[in-house]
Design a binder for this molecule. Sequence first.
Ligand code: ITT
Length: 196
Amino acid sequence: MGKLVFASTNEGKIKEVCNIFSDTGISIIPMNELGSIPEIEEDGLTFEDNAFKKAKIVFQKFGLPTIADDSGLSIEQLGGRPGVLSARYAGEGCSYSDNNEKVLSELDGLPEPHRAQFITMALFYNGRAVQRAVGKLPGKIIHEYRGTNGFGYDPIFVPDGYELTLAEMTLEEKNRISHRAKAFNELKEILLTTEV
Ligand code: ITT
């Protein structure tokens, strides 16, 4: 398997996943480098539904083995929200900072710590086989923006056992512990050791 198409347009994810596969002979091709795909509506009820939908549409378009990532933040005191709605929590076309503001305003007045976890479903599809792996990163949400690395909710998320937010870590540090790294490292092992 020389190359995998990555069914994502999220620059933050693309950097992280390219770095995770950089120690293999597999090159990761972001889907936008191959052609344009109309926006994929992520209307599934689960991370797995959405990851499969992205991988299938992109596989059907380019006919190449494809990986996808569906991920999000689940906050205990918000009943698991934003969850599968993480990308557009503050509404269609919202920015990362709109989402962070919405989360922080919903947590306002609730007792700390605000327990939360990031979840990633990493999925592979090649028209015949599906392979999946899940990664989780537990931590807490803080009422302060710290750091400029990463993306999304990284500036307000402190992983368990750390003082830094994910946005204060380098890409390599985040990739040593993150939900996405756990999921894609497991998927990578499956792909390197299984006939798919
Ligand atoms: P693609 O579908 O094109 O991959 P997306 O950003 O729409 O990009 P998702 O539907 O999986 O991806 O939504 C994930 C959202 O969850 C993402 O936009 C962030 O807001 C948040 N998120 C996921 N992983 C994160 C991480 O490692 N750090 C911070 N926020 C993250």
